[in-house]
Ligand binder design. Sequence first.
Ligand SMILES: N[C@@H](CCC(=O)N[C@@H](CS)C(=O)NCC(=O)O)C(=O)O
Length: 257
Amino acid sequence: MAEYIEVERARAMTGLRLVLTSGVPGPWSEAAKGVLHVKQLACVKVRQELGGANRALFDWTAQASAPVMVWNDERPRSTWIDQLYLAERLQPNPPLVPANLEDRVLMFGYANEICGEHGLGWSKRLMIIHQGIASPNEAGRQLASYLAGKYGYDRAAAEAAPARIAGILGALSTRLEQQRKRGSRFFIGDALSALDIYWACFAALIDPLPDELCPMSPTFRRVYTDTDPTIKAATAPILLEHRDFIYHNFLELPLDF
Ligand SMILES: N[C@@H](CCC(=O)N[C@@H](CS)C(=O)NCC(=O)O)C(=O)O
């Protein structure tokens, strides 16, 4: 089990601190860990509590979600794109942002479809909230209504989410097919980029890695695993092959959260 320190202690420290949701493989959190892992940047892990008030975190970073990356006394970075640029600055090698402008535009466009507002992670969360609100389990309902207030739930957006996710999966698999024809194993150009890491980590929201590699609670495994037929149909095998390739060659296994 990963070791976490509390926010109050982390705030008094210098160096690189990474606030993470403890106990679940949150896709944004896992992606931030993946970026640091590839760059061999050491950090102290700091606990955020899923669904908690996280007051000390709010006081420090002006928001209460995870992940947050904090370097010395610089402003806390609480979005994936700021976190990526901080990591690039602290350790430029290997670069995870392509040098070529066209490649960069492509990478950030696709990455936003995965990590940004109304992207894959966001849309799947709306679906989880939608199911959770109707849950027979009181704790499940409470967490869902907390997340609903925090992350812009509305019924119409939740109902549109499967088609939105399927569109994103379709674009990602088309991209991988094109790259395979060119002889590349990666989404962009011929090298690993942050996009490969984002996809590998957010794929957990469709089909989590098996328990021996990703030891999740049965409840979270059920909530993460896709059962929607539109999304299922769009989850081409090449997408999961790519997730496995990236995890086995570049990321930490088993996951430790
Ligand atoms: N702000 C991040 C996204 C972070 C995020 O949405 N985190 C959620 C993951 S579900 C979270 O911390 N949820 C737990 C909570 O709110 O208690 C970004 O834009 O990159």
